[in-house]
Design a protein. Structure first.
Length: 359
């Protein structure tokens, strides 16, 4: 025979599932104690179990209420730009086990950075709603015509959390993201401390992450009284990245180097992937790293270790993003208010940067 609190939880769960779609208040703890002849400790354990399942939420001073989510499957969708992209598998590896521990199955969808693919996925999910969604936004720096679908899914009771980058026009949803402004500032400050004054940058223009990283970099140059040359900034798009990843098309990097070979002594890259390809292009052009030019980036991924010169990069605590995202979504499912969070960066010095005196 199951423990008393499990038996009580089963009774209450059945009642909740029979009334899914209508939100109602459960009897008070005292009333449940009297009705079922159990202790207050047993009642509280049963209510906590139902809370963990997302079936009820407790409001201080008011009691416990059904959430209306009982009939929804215990599935969570994870929408990413590309499930095979270099940092995404590690993120999914961190998120999915934490959700499975709570009894949720997961389904991963890739938009391939296409607004049209994102819409197809959201329409599919509207027909077969999940309990929650973790979303890596698509081209977050651009206006998005799919925000109506996120609103409709939310109205169906789907809890939605954005990771890495949120849509600026979409203020009603929580997000977990990098502190990109601070990251850009930190890398620029690090290079300035090494004596560099002519610092270039390569950033993704259709992604709010890229704009924030550029903004931090630009602010550091301003605060240290250094000029920021527009000619030393290279912008790329999702389409450019697709060509780089699928066809090894480094044309935009080649063009950048041809124009700025003698104009800068250091480069801040959007991420380790761009830094990896830049170091390769520098080597082809007989430009030494770090003797001729320093290269730094974001993410502390395996790609920072692939070249002969290991790349100085920024890092989070191990598993931090995935753990924070899973925990935040589970809290949203329970009906809790979850504030947005920005994760701080830590510098991981390696061999790709050097004092300006080397040059």
């Amino acid at each position: 025979m199951p423990a008393k609190y499990i038996h009580l939880a089963n009774i209450l769960r059945e009642r909740i599932l029979q009334n899914t779609g209508s939100l109602f208040k459960l009897p008070s703890e005292n009333a449940l104690c009297e009705q079922y002849g159990v202790s207050r400790q047993t009642v509280r354990a049963a209510l906590q179990l139902l809370t963990d399942e997302g079936l009820i939420e407790t409001k201080k001073g008011s009691g416990s209420f059904s959430t209306g989510l009982g009939a929804m499957p215990k599935r969570i969708g994870i929408i990413v730009n590309n499930a095979d992209e270099y940092t995404t598998p590690a993120l999914l590896t961190d998120i999915e086990p934490l959700l499975r521990e709570k009894g949720y199955a997961t389904a991963v969808y890739s938009t391939f950075s296409k607004i049209s693919e994102e819409r197809k996925i959201l329409l599919e999910l509207e027909k077969s709603p999940v309990r929650g969604l973790i979303v890596e936004g698509t081209k977050t720096a651009l206006p998005n015509p799919n925000l109506d679908l996120y609103q409709r899914l939310s109205a169906l009771g789907v809890s939605i959390l954005f990771v890495n980058g949120a849509y600026p026009a979409f203020t009603g949803f929580s997000h977990i993201k990098d502190d990109n402004y601070y990251g850009g500032y930190l890398l620029a400050k690090h290079l300035i401390g090494l004596g560099h004054s002519k610092i270039a940058g390569i950033f993704k223009i259709d992604d709010v992450q890229g704009l924030e990283r550029y903004s931090g970099f630009a602010a550091a140059m301003r605060d240290f009284g250094l000029p920021l040359s527009d000619d030393l900034i290279a912008w790329y798009t999702a389409a450019t990245l697709e060509s780089l990843e699928t066809r090894s098309d480094t044309g935009f990097l080649t063009s950048f180097l041809r124009k700025n070979r003698e104009a800068c002594s250091a480069v801040i890259c959007q991420n380790d992937e761009i830094a990896y390809w830049l170091v390769k292009e520098l080597r082809y052009a007989d430009i030494r790293v770090p003797e001729d030019v320093s290269v730094v980036s974001f993410d502390n991924s395996y790609m920072s270790d692939l070249n002969a010169v290991r790349i100085t990069t920024l890092s989070h605590k191990k598993h931090e993003m995935g753990a924070a995202a899973a925990a935040a979504l589970l809290r949203l499912i329970k009906g809790e208010d979850v504030p947005s969070e920005e994760l701080s960066w830590q510098l991981v010095p390696r061999g790709s940067d050097a004092p300006y005196s080397y040059h």
